[in-house]
Design a protein around this ligand. Structure first.
Ligand code: PEP
Ligand code: MG
Length: 559
C-alpha cells in the first residue's frame, strides 16, 4: 500500500477502482514512399482498416444518426478509390494516402455552397480519423471497452476526452497536467466526478494492475489498499454523501446573512443534464451556461434549431434567470470539425468573442437561437473575453441585426433581453466604469482574470503555485469591478471558480458581490456559509484584505 498527498482536489468526493492508464496516441500519418513490391501489402492494410471501421461504425449506428452518416462515408467508393490510386500510382503508403485523400475530399466539400454537403466534411474527417487509428493500431476512443469500475490516469484530458467517457464505469480521474481551473477540472466538477489534476509524474508510480482510492476530500491517493483501508474509505465516502444531503436539505432557504444581506446563488452549467442537476441542488438561476459544450460535443456547428431546442428546454427547466455565454472557444477548447491555425499563444489569440465577431454567420446562428429562447423566460446574453467598449458594441450590433430579422419574420423574442459581459481581462477591469455605463451586468471570470492579471497560465503545472486568486492584484481588481458596476446600478456576479472558494466567500460578500455562480454541487455549502456570516463583518474583512500587500498577510486575515 502506498499513499500520495495531493495539494488540492479539482472535484470533491471519494471513489475507488482499478487503475486505467489512458494511452492517447497522436494521429499524424507515418509517411513513407513505398517500393512497387509493397503496394499489395499497403492496399491490404487499407482494406482491412475500412472493413474494421465499417464493423465498428455499424454497431454505433444502431442508435445514432450521426454514425449512420459515417457508415455511408466509410463505405463510399470515392474515398477508397482515391486512397488506392495514391498507393498504386504515387507509391504512397496507406497512412499517407489516407491522410491526403481525406484532406482533399474535405477541402472539396468545404468549398461547396450547399450547407448540407458542407457539413458532410466533418463526417469525412471523423471517418478518416477512425481509419487512421486502425492503420496505426490504436483505439479511436481510448476509453472504449472499459467494463469495470476504474480511475482514469492520463497525462492530460481535453473536454472532448471527457465527452468520450462512460461514467458508469469511470469513477474518477487523475491527470498530470492542468490546474484546478483548467477546463478538465471544471468538467469534472460539473459532472460530479472526483478528480485530481496536475499530479506531476503520477503515471510512473502506477500500472494497470494497481487498485486506487481517490480521496478528493482528504486530498490523498492510496494505491493498493488492504481490505481494512478499503472499508474505512467506503465509510468515509458514505459519510461525505450524508453530509452533502444534510446541507442540501436547506436548498429552499435564501442565501441571507445573519444581518439580512441576500445574495443570489446561481449555477454554472454546460448541458441540459447540468441544468436539471442545478434545479435539484437549489440553484436560483444559471449564472453561466457554457454554450461551447454544445459545439464541442457535436460533429459540426450546431444549427439554430438545435441550439434553440436546448436553450428553450434549459430555461423551461430552470424557470429563473439564465445567462447564456456566447461561444467561448479557442485557448484550450477546440472543435474537432473546425481547423484552428496553430498559434504561439492560443490563450492570447483567436478565442471567444474574437472568433464570434469574425465568424459572423456562426455568431448570428447562436444569437438568433438565444433570442428565440428568450420568449420563454428570463434569458440573458453574456459575451466572453471582452477587452473594449467597441467590442461590446460590435457584438450588440450583430444582436440588433438578428432582432430585426426575427421581427421581420414575426418570430417572438424578448426585445429588452439583457446583455452583459464577462470581466476576465485586465482591460475589462481597467475600463470597468466605461463598460458599466453600457452593459446590463458584469460577471467576473476569475479563472481567466487570474491568469491574465498575473501572467500565469491557468493550466501550466510548473507554475501552478503562482496561480492564486488571493493575490492582492486579483482581489483589488474584483473590488474595483464591483464598485464600477454598482456606481452605474449594474448587477455584478462572478462565475469563475473563485466564487465557490469557501475562504473567498466572506471577502466577496463583503465587497458587495451580488451573484455567486458555481458548480451546482458547491451551492449547498455556500448557502450554509452565507447564512452563518454577518455582512458587516465581511465588509470590514474585505476592506482589510484590500489594504494588504502580500498573499501571506491576506491568508493570515482570512484564516
Ligand atoms: C473564467 O474565465 O473565469 C470563466 C468562468 O470562463 P472559463 O473558465 O470557461 O474560461
Ligand atoms: Mg474564461
Amino acid at each position: 500500500m502506498k499513499k500520495f498527498t495531493v495539494s488540492k482536489a479539482a472535484s470533491k468526493g471519494i471513489v475507488m477502482g482499478k487503475a486505467f492508464i489512458a494511452v492517447q496516441e497522436k494521429l499524424e500519418a507515418d509517411t513513407r514512399i513505398i517500393k512497387d513490391s509493397e503496394k499489395d501489402i499497403e492496399l491490404a492494410k487499407f482494406k482491412k482498416a475500412v472493413k474494421d471501421s465499417v464493423a465498428e461504425i455499424k454497431v454505433l449506428a444502431e442508435d445514432s444518426e450521426i454514425f449512420a452518416a459515417h457508415l455511408d462515408v466509410a463505405e463510399d467508393a470515392v474515398l477508397a478509390d482515391s486512397v488506392e490510386t495514391k498507393i498504386n500510382d504515387e507509391n504512397k503508403n496507406a497512412q499517407l494516402a489516407l491522410e491526403e485523400a481525406v484532406a482533399e475530399i474535405v477541402t472539396m466539400f468545404e468549398s461547396l455552397d450547399d450547407e448540407y454537403l458542407r457539413e458532410r466534411a466533418a463526417d469525412i474527417k471523423d471517418v478518416g480519423k477512425r481509419m487512421m487509428c486502425k492503420l496505426k493500431g490504436v483505439k479511436s476512443n481510448p476509453f472504449e471497452g472499459i467494463e469495470e469500475e476504474v480511475i482514469v490516469i492520463a497525462e492530460d484530458l481535453a473536454p472532448s476526452d471527457t465527452a468520450n467517457m462512460d461514467f458508469k464505469f469511470i469513477k474518477g480521474f487523475i491527470t498530470e497536467a492542468g490546474g484546478v481551473t483548467s477546463h478538465v477540472a471544471i468538467m469534472a466538477r460539473s459532472m460530479e466526478i472526483p478528480a485530481f489534476v496536475g499530479v506531476a509524474d503520477f503515471r510512473s508510480n502506477i500500472t494497470n494492475e494497481d487498485y486506487i482510492i481517490l480521496d478528493a476530500i482528504g486530498n490523498e491517493i492510496i494505491v493498493n489498499p488492504n481490505e481494512d483501508t478499503k472499508a474505512e474509505y467506503l465509510k468515509k465516502a458514505e459519510d461525505y454523501k450524508k453530509m452533502k444531503a444534510e446541507l442540501e436539505s436547506m436548498n429552499d432557504l435564501p442565501a441571507t446573512t445573519l444581518d439580512g444581506r441576500t445574495v443570489e446563488l446561481f449555477a454554472n452549467v454546460g448541458s441540459i443534464a447540468d441544468v436539471e442537476n442545478a434545479v435539484s441542488r437549489g440553484a436560483e438561476g444559471i449564472g453561466l451556461f457554457r454554450s461551447e459544450f454544445l459545439y464541442m460535443e457535436n460533429t459540426k456547428f450546431p444549427t439554430e434549431q438545435e441550439q434553440f431546442d436546448t436553450y428553450k428546454k434549459a430555461i423551461e427547466t430552470i424557470k429563473h434567470p439564465m445567462i447564456i455565454r456566447t461561444l467561448d472557444i479557442g485557448g484550450d477548447k477546440e472543435l474537432s470539425y473546425y481547423e484552428f491555425d496553430k498559434e504561439e499563444n492560443p490563450f492570447l489569440g483567436w478565442r471567444a468573442i474574437r472568433i464570434s465577431l469574425d465568424l459572423k454567420d456562426v455568431f448570428k446562428t447562436q444569437l438568433r437561437a438565444i433570442l428565440r429562447a428568450s420568449a420563454y423566460g428570463d434569458v440573458r446574453i453574456m459575451y466572453p473575453m471582452i477587452i473594449s467598449v467597441e467590442e461590446f458594441r460590435a457584438a450588440n450590433e450583430v444582436l440588433q441585426e438578428c432582432k430585426e430579422e426575427l421581427r421581420k419574420d414575426n418570430i417572438p423574442f424578448n426585445d429588452s433581453i439583457q446583455t452583459g459581459i464577462m470581466i476576465e481581462t485586465p482591460a475589462g477591469v481597467i475600463c470597468a466604469e466605461d463598460l458599466a455605463k453600457e452593459v446590463d451586468f458584469f460577471s467576473i471570470g476569475t479563472n481567466d482574470l487570474t491568469q491574465y492579471l498575473l501572467a500565469v497560465d491557468r493550466g501550466n503545472q510548473k507554475i501552478a503555485k503562482m496561480y492564486n486568486s488571493f493575490h492582492p492584484a486579483v482581489l483589488r481588481a474584483i473590488s474595483k469591478v464591483i464598485e464600477a458596476g454598482h456606481k452605474y446600478g449594474k448587477m455584478v456576479g462572478m462565475c469563475g471558480e473563485f466564487a465557490s472558494d469557501e475562504k473567498a466567500l466572506p471577502i466577496l460578500l463583503g465587497m458587495g458581490l451580488d451573484e455567486f455562480s458555481m458548480a451546482a454541487t458547491e451551492i449547498a455549502a455556500s448557502r450554509y456559509k452565507v447564512r452563518n456570516l454577518k455582512y458587516e463583518d465581511c465588509k470590514e474583512l474585505a476592506k482589510a484584505v484590500c489594504s494588504k500587500s502580500t498573499i501571506a498577510e491576506i491568508k493570515a486575515l482570512i484564516d
